[in-house]
Write a protein that binds this ligand. Structure first.
Ligand code: NAD
Length: 380
C-alpha cells in the first residue's frame, strides 16, 4: 500500500470525525493507499500537540501556510471554519496537494468559482465532505431512484431542524460560536444545514432551476465574543424555500436553529409515480420505502434496516443486522476518495459539484432579499 500523507487543518468537531475516518479506513476497506497522519495544524500549539498525541499525528504546525509548503504532505484536509476554505484550498492546489475540503465549499458562489478554477489549473484530486451521501440508507435510496423504482418524481421534501441558538444571551463569534458570525460563516442555516439537504437533493433528484425563499433572524443583536461589543446578527436563523427541479418535480426545504426539541433532525421524503422513499437522520440506518406495485392486500411502507452485506458499504463492517453510525459516513467518504485515486475514476462530490450547491444557496439568500423567484446559476 502506498502512503497517503495527510495534513489536517482544524481539530474541532470535523477534525475529530476526519481523523477517525483516516485511522479506520485501511482496516475495513481494501485500498491501494493508506492514510498516514503526518501533521495537524491549529493556531494553539499546546492544544495542537494534545490533539496530535491523542490521534497519533506525527507532528504539528501552527500556521496552515507552513503545512501547505511541506514536501512530506500529499493531502491537505480542510476542517476549519467556512471563511478559511478558499485561501487554504487555493494555496494547497498551487502547491500540488490533493484536497479534501469541508462544506460549504465557499462563502458564496463567486468565491467557489475561484476555488474550482484553481483546482482545475492544478489538476489535483479533490472532494468536498458532503458525507450524508455515504450513509448506507441514503446511498441505497440513490440506487433505488437510479433503477427507476420511483418512476417520475413529483415531490422532494427536506428539513434540517435544530434548537441550539434560541437563547438570546448566547454570544456570537469565536471558538464554537463562529457559525453565528456572518463574517466567518458566510450565512446562517442556509449555508450550514440546508447545504447538506441541497447536496443530497441534487445527487438524488438532479438540478434545481428556480427557488423562492424566506429567511428570518429572530435574535437581531448578540454580544460578539471577540470584540466584547453587542453587534448586529447577520446570519439567517431560519430559512425555508420552494424549488422547481429540472425534472419537473416540486420541492420544499426548511431549516432552523429554533425548532425547540430538535437537535439534528435531517429528514427527506421523495414521492414518485410508482413509489416513495423517506429517511430520517435520527434513525439513519433505515430507509422507508413504499412501492405501489406490491399486492394491494399487503401494500404498505417497508422499513428497510440497511445492514445486510448486499446493501451499500455494509459488507465491510459487521454481520447482517448490526448497525453502524454517523462516523462511518466519513470512513466511507475517505474509502471512496482513495478508491477514486486507485482507479483513476474520481469520487464525487468534487469542488465543481459542490459549487452547484453554492449557486442554490446564493439564489435562496437572494430570493429572501428580493422576495421573488430566482433562477439558479448552473456550473459549466
Ligand atoms: N460534513 C459535516 O457534516 C459537517 C459538520 C460540522 C461542520 N462541518 C464543517 O466543517 C468545518 C469546521 O466545522 P467544525 O464544526 O469542525 O468547527 P469547530 O469550531 O469544531 O472546529 C474548527 C477548528 O478550526 C480551527 N481553526 C479556525 N481558524 C483556523 C485557522 N486560521 N488555522 C487553523 N485552524 C483554524 C479551530 O481552532 C478549530 O479547531 C466548517 O466548514 C463546517 O461547516 C461539516
Amino acid at each position: 500500500m502506498k502512503p497517503l500523507r495527510v495534513g489536517l487543518i482544524g481539530y474541532g468537531f470535523m477534525g475529530r470525525a476526519h481523523s477517525n475516518a483516516f485511522k479506520q479506513v485501511s482496516q475495513f476497506f481494501e485500498l491501494k493507499h493508506r492514510p498516514v497522519l503526518k501533521a495537524v495544524c491549529a493556531r494553539d500549539a499546546v492544544k495542537a500537540k494534545a490533539f496530535a498525541q491523542n490521534w497519533g499525528y506525527e507532528s504539528i504546525e501552527t500556521d496552515w501556510r507552513r503545512l501547505v509548503e511541506r514536501d512530506d504532505i500529499d493531502l491537505i484536509d480542510i476542517a476549519s471554519p467556512n471563511n478559511t476554505h478558499a485561501e487554504i484550498a487555493m494555496a494547497a492546489a498551487k502547491a500540488g496537494k490533493m484536497i479534501l475540503c469541508e462544506k460549504p465549499l465557499a462563502m458564496n458562489g463567486p468565491q467557489g468559482e475561484k476555488m474550482v478554477a484553481a483546482i482545475a489549473r492544478a489538476g489535483v484530486p479533490n472532494m468536498v465532505w458532503y458525507n450524508y451521501r455515504r450513509i448506507p440508507a441514503v446511498t441505497l435510496a440513490k440506487q433505488l431512484i437510479d433503477e427507476g423504482r420511483l418512476g417520475r418524481i413529483f415531490h422532494y421534501r427536506a428539513k434540517f431542524l435544530q434548537d441550539w441558538t434560541i437563547n438570546p444571551e448566547l454570544p456570537q463569534g469565536g471558538a464554537g460560536l463562529w457559525r453565528l458570525d456572518i463574517k466567518v460563516a458566510g450565512s446562517g442555516v442556509t449555508g450550514d444545514l440546508l447545504a447538506h439537504c441541497i447536496d443530497t437533493a441534487l445527487w438524488l433528484n438532479g438540478s434545481i432551476d428556480t427557488v423562492t425563499a424566506m429567511t428570518e433572524t429572530f435574535v437581531k443583536e448578540r454580544k460578539h465574543n471577540l470584540t466584547g461589543k453587542v453587534e448586529k446578527v447577520g446570519i439567517d436563523d431560519a430559512s425555508a424555500f420552494l424549488a422547481r427541479f429540472s425534472n419537473g418535480s416540486l420541492a420544499t426545504f426548511e431549516s432552523t436553529r429554533y425548532a425547540r426539541g430538535h437537535k439534528a433532525l435531517y429528514t427527506f421524503e421523495i414521492n414518485g409515480e410508482h413509489g416513495s422513499l423517506a429517511w430520517d437522520l435520527h434513525d439513519l440506518h433505515r430507509i422507508q420505502c413504499f412501492e405501489h406495485k406490491d399486492e394491494g392486500r399487503v401494500r404498505g411502507w417497508r422499513n428497510i434496516h440497511v445492514t445486510d452485506s448486499d446493501q451499500p458499504y455494509m459488507k465491510n463492517w459487521w454481520v447482517p443486522g448490526l448497525a453502524i453510525g454517523y462516523e462511518h459516513s466519513f470512513v466511507h467518504q475517505v474509502a471512496d476518495f482513495i478508491q477514486g485515486l486507485d482507479s483513476g475514476k474520481p469520487a464525487a462530490p468534487s469542488f465543481k459539484d459542490a459549487l452547484q450547491t453554492e449557486y442554490v444557496t446564493d439564489a435562496v439568500l437572494k430570493s429572501a432579499r428580493t422576495k421573488r423567484w430566482e433562477k439558479v446559476k448552473k456550473s459549466k
